[in-house]
Each structure stands twice: as C-alpha cells, then as structure tokens.
Design a protein around this ligand. Structure first.
Ligand SMILES: Nc1ncnc2c1ncn2[C@@H]1O[C@H](COP(=O)(O)OP(=O)(O)OP(=O)(O)O)[C@@H](O)[C@H]1O
Ligand SMILES: [Mg+2]
Length: 470
C-alpha cells in the first residue's frame, strides 16, 4: 500500500527537517487512538502538550512524530520531523493535501445538522466511489486541517464539516477546504451568545462561500428567513433545498411513521421516493440537502436515496433504542449530544410522534445563548405542551421552561443532570418514550447512562445499526 504521506510530501508540505526520515499511512493527534504506521502530531491542546506523548506513540508503532520541541525520552536520531510550530504544520499539511486531491469536495456548515448531513453524504457517496469524510464532528481550527491531512489524494469524493463558535472562523477554514459545493443546513440560534443576532449568524455561515472553488455552488436552505440575506452576500452560483415552491431541490411529500419518514423529493428535476430510517422532518431536510449536494458533486441522487434507506442516526443525535428496565420496556430517544432551540424543537416533535403510553421530555440547558438564553428556553413551552406529557429539567435556564409550562406537565427540576437522573428513573414506567436532550456542557449523557445502568444487564434492543458519535 502506498503511503498517505511520503517523506518528500512531508518535507514539501511542512518545510521541516527530519532527524530520521519516515513516511506514514495516516495522521494521528491522539496517541491513545493511534494505529501503527500512522504519524503522530505533537500539538499543544486543551489536554496539555502533545510532546509528552511522543515517546509512547513511537513505542506503539507510530511511523514517526512531527514536533516543534525535543520530546522527553526520545533519542535525538529518532523518527522525528522537526518544524517551527506543529499547529501551523498541521494547517500546512491540510493545504497541501487539499491541493493534491483530485476528487470533488463538499463542505457542510449550518447551525445544526452538520454532522448528520455529513454522515448522510458519506452514506450516499461511498456507495458510488471512494469517499473520505471527517471523523466525528471535526469542524474547527484543528478538525478541518486534520480531516484534509487524512484525505487520500485519489478518493473520488470528500466531505468536510465546518463550524464556528465566533465570527470570522468559517472563511479561513473554507479557504483551506476549497469546496466544490458548500451546504448551509440551517440558520438557528446556536452560539447566538457569541454572535449577537440571527443576521450575524447567517452572515458568518454564508462566508463559507469565500472558499468555494471557481464554478462552485452554494446550497442554501430555501425555507430559511435568512435566505435572501445569504443569497445577496455572495456572487457564487446559489441553489436551494427545502419545502418552498421556489426551492431548486424540493421536498414534495413527507409522511412520518414510527421508524422514520417516507419521502418524495425532487432533486435536479428527478422525482425520487424513498424511506429514510431516521425520524423527524429535520432529518428529511438533511437528507434532501445531502442528495442535492451529492448531485452537484456528480453522484447519482437516485442511487443516493437507495443508500439512505440504510442510514442510521448517530448516538446522541436521534438514535432510538428499546431499553428493558426492571419495570418494563421503554423507548429511549438519545439526543444527549447537543442542543439548540431548533434541534430541541425538532426533537420534541419526534417525541410527539413516538408510539408510547406516556411521552417524557428530559431537557438540560442550551448553552452559549448569552442574553437570548432565558427567552429561547421559555419559547419551547408550546412545543412541550404539544408533544410531552411530562417535562423533567435541569440547569438554571431550563428552570425557566419548567416554570413556564402547565403544572400538570411538570415532572421535576434539579440543579444538574446527576441530580435529575435519579428523579427520572423513579418516574419511568413500561411503555414510556423518553427524550433526553441538552447542550454537551449540560452532561445529559449522564441520564442516558443512568437509564442504561438501571437496565442492569437486561437486554437492550437496538432499532437498527448504531454507531458512536460521528
Ligand atoms: N436540520 C435540523 N434541524 C433541527 N435539528 C437538527 C437538524 N439536524 C440535526 N438536528 C438535531 O441537532 C442535534 C445536533 O445534530 P448534529 O450533530 O448533526 O449537528 P451539528 O451541526 O454537527 O452540531 P455541532 O455544532 O455540535 O457540530 C441532534 O440532536 C440532531 O438530531
Ligand atoms: Mg457536528
């Protein structure tokens, strides 16, 4: 097998200097998950200085390590590539890998649905040609260059996810990824605390167009109130997807069933009917966006829809399971990975559709909303009333929602998810459907884990193939 990174490419990309030369089959920034033959990049990150792990990575079979300081416990003539700054070298490798890539690349941004749409694109494209896609939610200043650095030059398709916490972050990442197609899934209030307004969020997302290849296409959500604003902000070719009559690629019909949605869409003028095994209109919209983007990349959307019939939502992103507790079986809707107003609203809609004796929503704070936070939380009251019999909440912001709903629907409120877990467990009865959702920082996974633990080895029956968050 030829190396992903040859000695010459590493020198050309980074301008570094080998102590002992090496080539690598892959790129790792975490020595725990490093596979033999991959090179290890010693970055300075949240978990400290990666140089501490170089000796361990080499002992584990790393092809070599990229460093900007001499790591402890490593011989001077070890397989090291010395650079001035390892983080800048990662970016240089990203640029280099993008330049040598011969295939077609799609980049996905948006307030919610990026990873889901990226995984749908992976599912569609890999059935039609070698496809490289970002691992997990790798969408930031290290996730995007790492995704590119891992991209095989001869893949036919590549899928990158591009995210932001603050204004100004998307355009530089888009310029590195240089997509042929850029998708904006949705514009919502996620991260509004840092951006200030929905218009500012739309402007930031639309800046992905700055990275488009010449002749590239920006694919926008037709039903968004921000459509005109985003369209006006670019000189690139724009196509749209959505339910609106004017959409280039249209959702024509969606009928929900317990396992998902039967859809009829029109993509590039072709009417396609298929079953998407991921419940919720938001999933249908992600699927439409992914099919439209795949068409713009040169793939066949009819075959794409066939592939989506086997799509499974990721853990924490809508995966459903039947869990057998001592008191009987319940359905768990695991949305614990993240939350924003749009995604909680969508998830509550799903809960409302779940066949169940009682529907219970367990919600933790949606974070990073700044001053808009309290009102955004209270705005969910109607959705709770329409879709849930009982609401359990934790966190100071969700307290507002707890107080805003009818007393008959109030389950319990606790300061944090650890405190809430026990209260939820006491309430659960056979036949319940339980939705667990909140921002990552609200640690709602604790409640999913508590429910799983209470099943205490009793069989858990997946509704379909599940995978780790990705
Ligand atoms: N189009 C959508 N509209 C509303 N909610 C959605 C949409 N797509 C996905 N969701 C929900 O939003 C949550 C996050 O989904 P996903 O991980 O795909 O988003 P993301 O944009 O990648 O998030 P992050 O910013 O954390 O990377 C999930 O709970 C999912 O079910
Ligand atoms: Mg993501």
């Amino acid at each position: 097998m030829s190396a992903l990174w040859t000695e010459a490419d590493l020198l050309n990309a980074t301008g570094g200097r080998f102590a002992s030369a090496f080539s690598a089959s892959g790129v790792s920034i975490d020595s725990r998950s490093l596979q033999p033959g991959q090179m290890f990049l010693a970055l300075i990150g949240e978990n400290g200085d990666g140089h501490r792990f170089v000796a361990g990575a080499l002992a584990k079979g790393a092809a070599g390590a990229l460093v900007h300081a001499m790591p402890e416990g490593v011989a001077a003539d070890a397989r090291l590539l010395h650079v001035a700054d390892s983080f800048e070298a990662l970016h240089a490798m990203g640029h280099f890998a993008r330049t040598r890539f011969q295939g077609r690349l799609v980049a996905v941004t948006g307030s919610v649905g990026k990873t889901t749409t990226k995984e749908m694109l992976r599912c569609i494209l890999q059935a039609q040609g070698a496809t490289h896609a970002a691992e997990a939610s790798y969408n930031n200043h290290w996730g995007v260059p790492l995704t590119l650095a891992r991209m095989p030059p001869d893949a036919r398709f590549a899928v990158a996810e591009i995210g932001m916490n603050h204004a100004g972050e998307i355009a530089p990442l888009a310029r590195m990824a240089r997509p042929h197609v850029a998708v904006i899934t949705t514009i919502g209030t996620a991260h509004i605390g840092h951006l200030g307004s929905i218009e500012a969020i739309a402007d930031e997302k639309a800046s992905i167009a700055a990275g488009l290849e010449p002749g590239g296409v920006l694919l926008l959500p037709a039903d968004s109130a921000m459509l005109a604003r985003m369209r006006a902000a670019t000189t690139a070719t724009v196509e749209t997807f959505g339910a609106a009559e004017h959409a280039t690629h249209r959702l024509l019909q969606a009928s929900a069933d317990a396992d998902g949605t039967r859809l009829v869409v029109r993509v590039a003028g072709r009417e396609i009917g298929f079953h998407l095994p991921a419940p919720g209109l938001h999933m249908a919209m992600n699927a439409l966006a992914a099919l439209a983007a795949s068409h713009l990349l040169g793939a066949d959307p009819v075959r794409g829809a066939e592939a989506l019939a086997g799509f499974a939502p990721g853990a924490g992103r809508g995966a459903r399971r039947t869990i057998v507790l001592p008191q009987g079986a319940i359905t768990l809707l695991d949305e614990s990975y993240n939350a924003s107003t749009a995604s909680v609203r969508a998830a509550l809609g799903l809960l409302g559709l779940a066949p169940a004796a009682r529907r219970i929503a367990v919600l933790g704070d949606m974070l990073e909303m700044g001053e808009a936070g309290p009102a955004e939380h209270v705005s969910l009251a109607c959705d709770v009333e329409a879709n849930a019999d009982l609401l359990f909440t934790c966190g100071p912001l969700m307290r507002r929602l707890h107080d805003a709903i009818a007393p008959s629907r109030r389950g319990a409120h606790a300061a944090d998810s650890t405190g809430l877990a026990e209260l939820v467990l006491q309430e659960l009865q056979a036949g319940d459907a339980v939705l667990v959702k909140g921002s990552l920082g609200s640690r709602m996974k604790t409640i999913v884990t508590a429910i799983e633990t209470a099943a205490s080895g009793a069989a858990t029956a997946p509704d379909g193939p599940h995978k780790d968050a990705s």
